[in-house]
Design a protein around this ligand. Sequence first.
Ligand SMILES: Nc1ncnc2c1ncn2[C@@H]1O[C@H](COP(=O)(O)OP(=O)(O)O)[C@@H](O)[C@H]1O
Ligand code: SF4
Ligand SMILES: [Mg+2]
Length: 419
Amino acid sequence: MVTDELVSLDEISVRYDLRGSSLSRSKIYLNALNGVSLNILKGETLAVVGESGSGKSTLAMTVLGLLRHWKGSIAYHFSRHDILNNSERKMKRSELRELWKRSSIVFQDPYSALDSKKLVKDIIAEPYLGHGKGGRQESEERSKELIRQVGLTEDHLGFYPDQLSGGQRQRVAIARTLINEPELIIFDEPTSSLDVSIQAQILNLILDIKEIHSLTYMFITHNLVVAKHVSDRMLVLYLGNVMEIGPTESIFSGPLHPYTKLLISSIPVPKSGYEMTQRESREADVNSVNLPGGCAFHPRCPVATKYCGWKSSEVMKLVIREAYLMLGLENLQGETADELSFRLTAPDAETAVSVNRMITGRDSFRIERSEVKENIVSCTLHAPWTPRLSQVGDRLVNCVLFDEEFKMQNGVSPPRSGR
Ligand SMILES: Nc1ncnc2c1ncn2[C@@H]1O[C@H](COP(=O)(O)OP(=O)(O)O)[C@@H](O)[C@H]1O
Ligand code: SF4
Ligand SMILES: [Mg+2]
């Protein structure tokens, strides 16, 4: 089958079992990827960006067939082999070997990635000999050619990793990846642990190598400046969910998803080498164990609507805080009835009316209905809507503001409210 896609991922979900970890003795799963679908097109560089913990490395491991427990399916369309990796069926050994020949990875840390007891020539040749592609003489010839291509000399083949600098080690790691003539290389933060002064050299080497070997790249980074420099298309991950995917240039000139907007607007100008960090203004304790309902980004989203997945406990805290700030109320008692409703007990009926007036006067509390009975204010939230990836021009965007199905089912566009 002729296709522009080298790899197609369909509804990939990965959860890690945290039993036995220090976190808990009971059954707790960490959802690292939640129904991720995407294509990697032949010849492109697809950047995968997202904060630490968003699932980037898990995605890399899944594409390389290195995870045991996952759900979904992945189709690979290599030049001479189509391979299907489906979580329902174990891949044959021969398929796995072919996958590992045709795809490869360069890790962030060139120190731990290379075996310190081996000579550079053996490190580079190992995957070639391991796959039984040819003999020692051929592997040596290829190693000599590759060591020059990555900007080192034949002398370096006789060195141990400890005798090389960080940048030189990463060059060796790149040469090793190339020895089996892969079609896909995944780079997992390949320059993050290097000195800023040599990051650009390694990035340019990576780009040159792509042209020489007609490669396809998946390039993982938390550095948006790097993503912009190297990629044709970009995928934004947040807590294991694809938030936006599309041409890099177009995303940078007009991001659509509120999270992408936040990331791009936070890039300091003109300082390069900016790294995304967890935002200090983060209001809720959100992580992949305790995933919020509706849209995973809602606790941090500056334009979240009442449909975005608020829980009664979250909104109740906000109302009590605002009642203190706006009305000076110190003794408003709250109690959740269920995930979508809560009750506030005011000291008297008159105060309850004031609290209700405050609630109805502000859309940003995202309360669907509220009513007062004596000194009790009862509040109900809107049922959460979990957005799906929707095509918007040249992008796919995962936000209720762009979700056509939401509009069809509800007959409305969600208001673009702010806080
Ligand atoms: N082997 C593992 N066991 C348990 N949790 C893991 C494991 N590997 C990764 N995680 C968790 O999965 C989430 C995604 O991790 P990862 O894919 O490494 O993200 P990223 O590469 O974007 O930093 C994180 O919350 C991380 O702590
Ligand atoms: S669905 Fe869109 S508007 Fe709602 S919280 Fe998520 S990103 Fe924000
Ligand atoms: Mg990682």
